[in-house]
Structures are given as C-alpha cells and as structure tokens.
Design a protein around this ligand. Structure first.
Ligand code: OGA
Ligand code: NI
Length: 197
C-alpha cells in the first residue's frame, strides 16, 4: 500500500499531477461503484452546486454532475474501508510531505451522458481549507471517443486524462485549473479534498 501511495506522490512531485493505476484495489473500486449505482438507482444523488456555505447555487451551465457525500455516519462497510485507507494516506502525506492535513471530504459523482464541469480551481476564493484534490474513477471499458476526459491546464497547454477504472489522480487544489469534458456515456467517480484548518 505504501507503494501505491509512493507512486501517486512521486508522479505528483514530478509533474504536479499525480496519476496512479492501483491506488484503490479492484475490489474496493468495484464495491464503491456498486454503492454509487445503488445511490443513483434510488435517486439519492443530487445536482452538484457551485460556491459554498450559504452561497451554494445550482448552475448547470458550469457543472452538471450529480453527487452524494460519503459520511462515517452512514455506517456503510465499503465507505468505512475507504475512509480507513484515506486515514492512512493522510498519515503518509503528513509524515512525508509535511502537509498538515487535518480533515477531508469526499463525494460520489455521476456525470450522465451530456454532462461536464467547466474549467475551475477546486479551492474556494474566500476559504483556502482545501489543499489537495484526489479523484478516483470507476469506469470499466472506457474507450477513446467516450469523452468525459479530465482536462488539466498547465504551462499554457493542457493534457487530457481518461476516467478509466482504478485510475486515481492527485493535485494541489489551488494550483491546477481543470475541467471535465462532455461525457458521451455515464461517468462515475469519487472526488475528494484533503483540508487544513
Ligand atoms: C471536481 C472535478 C474532475 C473529475 O469534482 O471538482 O473537477 O475528473 N472533478 O471528475
Ligand atoms: Ni475540480
């Protein structure tokens, strides 16, 4: 496990965007995907909002994903396994990179066909608690042409990352502008933030 933490962080330190293919086990990915599908089928997902606090608004011109926040109070075995792994990762981050992370938040996301998330930074303008972004993808059989790439802007150019199953990406929340290109089929993931304060 330490090894998969290293892979993600090493590529982050090298490229400012960490990419790893085995960060979550296939079993945990499958279980989280099943959770997400069940939540979707039971209509538990809600339209994602932009902004924060009492400024939250739904703006489907900016983002059209549907989300559900993970929470320890759900007492969901799969979510708790995921949280245990995240706790270990936070310890790893704080001991190897002196990041001072003290909390986190994660939501499932489902982008229905035709959905997108326009270019943005993940850290809010008036609240800098979000330090690092991590995204886990759950899409089996993702093919060229299915859309839904994560487009990351760096040095006047961009690179596109396809949201394929078991891929994890990691970057600094106030540093990398990014967007989700329109997806041509349903696209599943978890987005999360490691926070200070
Ligand atoms: C986000 C986000 C990217 C992705 O949730 O803030 O930019 O690839 N997600 O899902
Ligand atoms: Ni984002």
């Amino acid at each position: 496990m330490e090894n998969s933490f290293d892979t993600l962080i090493d590529s982050y330190l090298l490229n400012k965007i960490g990419i790893s293919d085995g960060f979550l086990s296939e079993k945990l990915s499958n279980d989280l995907r099943s959770n997400l599908i069940q939540l979707y089928d039971n209509q538990k997902l809600v339209d994602a909002k932009t902004g924060q606090g009492n400024q939250l608004i739904s703006n489907t011109l900016i983002r059209k994903d549907k989300i559900f926040w993970l929470d320890k109070s759900h007492k969901n075995v799969v979510e708790n396994t995921f949280f245990e792994l995240m706790d270990k990762f936070v310890l790893f981050l704080n001991s190897t990179c002196y990041t001072g992370i003290s909390s986190y938040e994660f939501h499932y996301a489902l982008y229905e066909k035709g959905s997108f998330y326009k270019k943005h930074l993940d850290q809010f303008q008036n609240n800098s608690s979000r330090q690092y972004t991590i995204i886990f993808y759950f899409n089996k059989d993702w093919k060229e042409g299915d859309g839904g790439e994560l487009r990351v802007y760096q040095n006047q150019t961009f690179s596109d990352i396809s949201p394929i199953n078991c891929k994890t990406v990691f970057f600094k929340s106030n540093e990398l502008e990014h967007e989700v290109l329109e997806t041509h089929k349903d696209r599943m993931s978890i987005s999360g933030w490691f926070k200070v304060g």
